[in-house]
Design a protein around this ligand. Structure first.
Ligand code: NDP
Ligand code: OXD
Length: 312
């Protein structure tokens, strides 16, 4: 059984070593040393070169190193007939849980307002509400969003979630589709984006949707930069309707040096670090899926198999 690590990743030797260790008896090749392409059955990819996946005629599965698959599906020649499995991994989930919980608390405790006061050496005691008086809305309650929703509900926040299909999550008010979006937004003070990049989610945060949030709302985008109409976000912040935004992902990454987000007083930028794919645990997720398939297991039993029609 031969596995090809597709990318020119910074840590690809470590990835290859981890996969070899976890899949003894398998050959792990590292692109561009493909060898006989007919022998490759599993491709492990984050940001593969365009057209390279289509050159592997006997591929059984493609394994994305990231939870988001847009770096793989950007390839117009990607072989959609081969199942694509996105990363579902404990460390990735825990990292996102830490990131979102931390930034939700920062907004809940109105830290941007205190930071602005500190810059003016102003003592102004405006006490934040308690968690049970604060609503957090999560757009995208899939693998990551659902764990975060449960955690925030457990901490006492009023939590609501929005997805394409109706969900039931204990302690979380769930909304679905276009029909549920207005009500979802109207009751959301801290909006968290954990949607994938698809044609349907492009610029889903725009003038119209931002206006549906209550005045004073805040935004955390840990999903994809494509979710936000950047001009609409800046306008909403400048008007004071939205009070602050924390952005981890951007339409162009790295965020260009002259981009207005860097210097905007109400925007905090993190460089796509909300959740990292860590080699130790993620290589085990991939190895487990490969072992499962090799032992005759089906794709239905694997977490994260991409629905080609839905595009995520
Ligand atoms: P999932 O596929 O498990 O969840 C996606 C969620 O989005 C689902 O709830 C899905 O609805 C919902 N959704 C998709 N399309 C629509 C739509 N058109 N309308 C409404 N809801 C929609 O993905 P994960 O939770 O694993 O990851 C989410 C995203 O987070 C990734 O795609 C990636 O972009 C981003 N990410 C960012 C990282 C970072 O470091 N910043 C790290 C990891 C991930 P339904 O449940 O009905 O299918
Ligand atoms: C992502 C990831 O999809 O880091 O952004 O997994």
């Amino acid at each position: 059984m031969t596995i090809l690590l597709m990318d020119a990743l910074p840590h690809r030797d470590a990835w290859a070593e981890a996969l070899r260790e976890k899949l003894p008896g398998h050959e792990v090749r590292v692109w561009p040393d493909v060898g006989n392409a007919d022998e490759i059955e599993h491709a492990v990819a984050c940001f593969p070169e365009l057209g390279e996946l289509a050159k592997l005629p006997n591929l059984k599965a493609m394994h994305s190193l990231w939870a988001g698959i847009d770096h793989v599906t950007r390839d117009p020649d990607m072989p959609w007939s081969v199942p694509l499995i996105r990363m579902v991994d404990h460390s990735l989930t825990q990292g996102m849980l830490d990131y979102v919980t931390g930034h939700v608390y920062r907004f809940h405790l109105t830290m941007p307002a205190f930071e602005a006061l500190q810059a003016q050496a102003e003592w102004h005691q405006q006490v934040p509400p308690l968690v049970e008086e604060r609503s957090v809305g999560i757009m995208g309650i899939g693998v990551l969003g659902s764990v975060i929703a449960k955690q925030l509900a457990g901490l006492g926040f009023q939590v609501r979630g929005w997805a394409r299909t109706q969900k039931t999550i204990d302690g979380v008010d769930c909304f679905a589709g276009d029909a549920g979006l207005t009500d979802f937004l109207a009751g959301t003070e801290i909006l968290v984006l954990l949607l994938p990049n698809t044609p349907e989610t492009a610029d889903i945060v725009n003038d119209e949707t931002l206006a549906k949030l209550p005045a004073g709302a805040t935004l955390i985008n840990a999903g994809r930069g494509t979710l936000i109409d950047e001009g609409a976000l800046i306008q909403s912040l400048d008007s004071g309707h939205l009070t602050a935004a924390t952005l981890d992902v951007f339409k162009t990454e790295p965020l260009p040096k002259d981009h207005p987000f860097w210097a905007h007083p109400k925007i905090s930028v993190t460089p796509h670090v909300a959740a990292e794919t860590r080699i130790s645990t993620a290589s085990e997720s991939i190895a487990r899926n490969i072992r499962h398939l090799e032992s005759g297991g089906s794709f239905d039993e694997i977490d994260g198999v991409v629905d080609a029609k839905a595009g995520y």
